[in-house]
Each structure stands twice: as C-alpha cells, then as structure tokens.
Design a protein. Structure first.
Length: 95
C-alpha cells in the first residue's frame, strides 16, 4: 500500500494528499534546482524539474506540472522555499 502525505497550502486553503514517493522525488528535484540556480520563475522551475526526472530516468505517473505545483505550495507553507517579487513571481530556497 502506498504511503500518503497530507500537503499544506500557504494560504491555509484545503490541500491534497499525495503519494509520499512522488512527493519526495519532486521535493528533492525542486530544492536541488533552487539551490543550484538561485531565483527561478515557475516555468523555469517546471522545465528544470522535468529535465531532472528525465535525466535520472524516473518514470512519473500523472502530470508533473500538477504534482510539482502542489509540492511547491507545500514547501512554501512549510517555509522551505519563498516567493520573490510580485510580477513575475520567482521562487528561491528559504534563507
């Protein structure tokens, strides 16, 4: 049986549950990209995470964009990453 993790939303809205393995895979890829590249846009982050999964030959069931968005929101809520600027919004690892 797959282990699920309950995610958080930075605005306190209702969040989803996700398979823990998917969450951990995307969290690692996302944080690695932010640490390596500093501030990045949402599009840059999605592209880098998708390429990282391909490079590591990770088969991902479902939409990478949808799952990454929820992992990103959860990491924002947990203060592990932060938004930088207003338009366009960029993301960076928390200081």
């Amino acid at each position: 049986m797959e282990q699920k993790i309950k995610l958080k939303h930075p605005a306190g809205k209702k969040a989803v549950s996700m398979d823990k393995d998917k969450y951990d895979t995307l969290k690692t890829a996302l944080l690695n990209q932010l640490k390596a590249n500093g501030e990045v846009s949402h599009a840059e982050l999605l592209s880098a995470v998708s390429k990282d999964l391909q490079t590591r030959n990770i088969k991902f069931a479902g939409s990478v964009a949808w799952h990454m968005e929820w992992v990103k929101l959860d990491l924002e809520a947990r203060k592990e990453i932060r938004r930088v600027g207003e338009s366009p919004v960029r993301f960076a690892a928390a200081k």
